[in-house]
Design a protein around this ligand. Structure first.
Ligand code: PBG
Length: 333
């Protein structure tokens, strides 16, 4: 045989034919834009490690939300930086908490825009952990244990207060065992059986959350999150986590972070038929931004290739700090 019989290049020879055989497409409907809200007046402060991402005070929030809504992005994910923190994170479930206030405002301005509330305590606790901590001092070092069932109660309170404020979707991210079941029961008892739960089912103890912790000022004051978030080395454990959430009544599953976990994304997609969310986290954004600012990569092409890879790996939607840019880039075409 002196020539190739199978020629893959036949289907690559023109834009038209490439468009026709393309297997994966990104659309604006795929994106969820995270927003950080904070106290104060006239605040729009850039997060150092995330150029282009800002913390907004409530009086500056509208300009950001307007831009997102006008681009046609269907949903935002809210994170709050409270005025005061305490050991149980009470500002996370206060009726006038920062996330609750922001939710009410956004829903009054843009009723169609979906508000997803990240349900966790780490932004609101003074120790920076995602639940109630029992501390002991050993040889002058503070050691702490995050108490599972005690934390669930606070998490349920947080979810219910977010739903009361008008959140369309509750997204618990604290990785306590039984959190979906507890939140489902809490929501149902309070008349919110129509509110879906987007569970951070498969959430790894990742160094890629670094810039987020700067943004939300939520770095643990002692220890780390390895006793509740997953070990990056484990894939089969991800199946157990996802299965538990399905049994407990989750409506959507998430894999987080995304880029280093595309294998996990594909596995979860093949094993479960719930909608799957990819979280393109802060550190993934920061890496692309940093290289782009240096002029070492083409930001638009690299960012879009990364988002496409998440879709190809099975994501039905993507939480990404690139949501606004990506929507603009898609509209350019
Ligand atoms: C709260 C939470 C975190 C992120 C989302 N929700 C931080 C963490 O678990 O430490 C990270 C998001 C990002 O990096 O963009 N638990």
């Amino acid at each position: 045989m002196g020539f190739p019989i199978v020629r893959h290049r036949r289907l690559r020879q023109s834009t038209g034919i490439r468009n026709m055989v393309r297997e994966t497409h990104l659309t604006v409907d795929d994106f969820i834009q995270p927003i950080y809200v904070t106290y104060g007046e006239n605040v729009k402060s850039e997060i150092k490690s995330m150029p282009g991402v800002f913390r907004f005070s409530l009086d500056r929030l509208r300009e950001e939300v307007k831009e997102i809504a006008e681009l046609g992005i269907p949903a935002v994910l809210l994170f709050g930086i409270p005025e005061t923190k305490d050991s149980v994170g009470s500002s996370g479930f206060a009726e006038d908490g920062i996330v609750q206030e922001a939710t009410r405002l956004i829903k009054s301005w843009y009723p169609e825009l979906l508000v997803i509330a990240d349900t966790c305590l780490c932004e609101f606790t003074d120790h920076g952990h995602c639940g109630v901590v029992h501390t002991t001092e050993i040889d002058g070092h503070i050691c702490g244990d995050v108490l599972n069932d005690e934390s669930l109660e606070l998490l349920v309170k947080t979810a219910v207060s977010q739903a009361k404020a008008g959140a369309d979707i509750i997204a618990p991210s604290n990785m306590m065992d039984g959190f979906v079941q507890a939140i489902r029961a809490g929501l149902d008892e309070n008349g919110f059986n129509h509110i879906p739960i987007m569970s951070y089912s498969v959430k790894y103890a990742s160094a890629f959350y670094g810039p987020f912790r700067e943004a939300a000022d939520s770095t643990p004051q002692f220890g780390d999150r390895k006793s509740y978030q997953m070990d990056p080395a484990n894939a089969r454990e991800a199946l157990r986590e996802a299965e538990t959430d399905v049994l407990e009544g989750a409506d959507m599953l998430m894999v987080k972070p995304s880029l280093s976990y595309l294998d996990i994304m594909r596995t979860i997609k093949d094993q479960f038929d719930l909608p799957l969310v990819a979280y393109n986290v802060s550190g993934e954004y920061a890496m692309v931004k940093a290289a782009a600012i240096q002029g070492w990569i083409d930001e638009k092409k690299v960012a879009m290739e990364i988002l496409l890879s998440m879709k190809r790996a099975g994501a039905d939607m993507i939480i990404t700090y690139y949501a606004k840019d990506a929507s603009r880039w898609l509209a350019e075409k």
